[in-house]
Design a protein around this ligand. Structure first.
Ligand code: PBG
Length: 335
């Protein structure tokens, strides 16, 4: 039977919007706590928690405080957290050797978390920027160019160290070519067959990472250099599809688009073309923008938080890494 389009006044779109109950019934996308991943900044030793000026409400915490926070996150029902280490100058070098130290900060934090909260998913970042003196995600030559294959070798060692410590998910955020395949091969060989790989597949060279670089302290190391030779040009979309296809072929279980809000067309396209678990990183700059406006009284913090996350999900994201994860989970619990 052919569908005959009906017209006003038979059609009044506002009828379904009239009551809360019918708005609820027709709602296509609802954010739940199952959609949330909380990125956290970890300090070594017993350093006291530190505020991050450009990320109000977010702190760098030591492992003991991390465990305390994790207990709260588990209580809220947050499925997973993503760890980002704050590495002091003494841990940084040209060859990023600290990145694969089995007694390093990340493996230590992972072991502590997994022994206390085995049900909480732990995601680790595979990239060298916290560990290099120059702040690049990989090893560089004398011209400052990030070397692909030499970097991949180190990334594989780093990823294996994380898996050995008990990380459930390793997440390469470095954008080197071929790293997913090499890492997957190494994990299989070492019998870490259930370690999941979340590939930062479509990671753009974005100015929205600024507050994150403040948080992990890599901004000063990076100085005036940029990441254009490995992260993607914001003007591109086909290239993102190719990156995703390659990462999937190499053995990624999940793919990611990053940042979120200015890149939701990429998310929709990725979901339509690949139908695989697709994640979005609502990055530090997005968080900072929302918080800055909220602090000025220009935006309603809770409302824009929930709207931004719901819209990321509507675009096709299965899960969202967001600094709002805890606040959103608290809000969802109350309502
Ligand atoms: C580094 C990394 C970055 C982020 C996650 N992992 C920054 C960068 O690539 O310079 C950014 C996250 C955020 O801005 O919240 N490999």
């Amino acid at each position: 039977m052919a569908f005959t389009p009906r017209q006003y006044p038979a059609v009044r779109m506002r009828r379904m919007r009239y009551d809360s109950f019918s708005r609820r019934l027709m709602r296509e996308t609802t954010l739940t706590v199952d959609d949330l991943i909380y990125p956290m900044f970890v300090l070594p030793g017993n350093e006291k928690a530190q505020k991050i000026d450009s990320m109000p409400g977010i702190e760098r915490v030591n492992v003991e405080d991390l465990l305390r926070e994790a207990e709260e996150l588990v209580g809220l029902g947050i499925p997973a957290i993503a760890l980002f280490p704050v590495i002091p100058a003494a841990g940084k070098s040209e060859n990023a050797a600290e990145a694969y130290n089995p007694e390093g900060l990340v493996p230590t934090a992972v072991r502590a978390l997994k022994s206390r909260f085995p049900e909480l998913g732990v995601i680790t970042d595979v990239a060298l920027d916290p560990y290099t003196t120059h702040g690049q995600d990989g090893l560089i030559n004398d011209k400052g160019y990030v070397l692909n294959d030499a970097t991949v070798e180190v990334l594989v060692k780093q990823g294996l160290t994380h898996a050995e410590a008990g990380a459930d998910v390793v997440a390469p955020s470095d954008m080197m070519d071929g790293r997913i395949g090499e890492l997957r091969g190494a994990l299989e060989k070492q019998s870490y067959i259930n370690t999941r790989i979340l590939a930062y597949s479509a990671k753009y060279a974005s100015a929205y990472y600024g507050p994150f670089r403040d948080a992990v302290g890599s901004a000063a190391n990076l100085g005036k250099s940029d990441k254009y030779s490995y992260q993607m040009d914001p003007g591109n979309s086909d290239e993102a599809m190719q990156e995703i296809a390659l990462d999937l072929a190499e053995g990624a279980d999940m793919v990611m688009v990053k940042p979120g809000m200015p890149y939701l067309d990429i998310v929709r396209r990725a979901k339509s073309e690949f139908q695989v678990p697709t994640f979005v990183y609502q990055v530090s700059g997005e968080y900072a923008m929302h918080m800055a406006a909220a602090q000025q009284g220009w935006l309603n913090e809770t409302a824009v938080m929930m709207e931004s996350l719901t819209c990321i999900k509507r675009a096709g994201s299965d899960g969202i890494l967001t600094y709002f994860a805890k606040k959103a989970a608290q809000h969802l619990k109350q309502t």
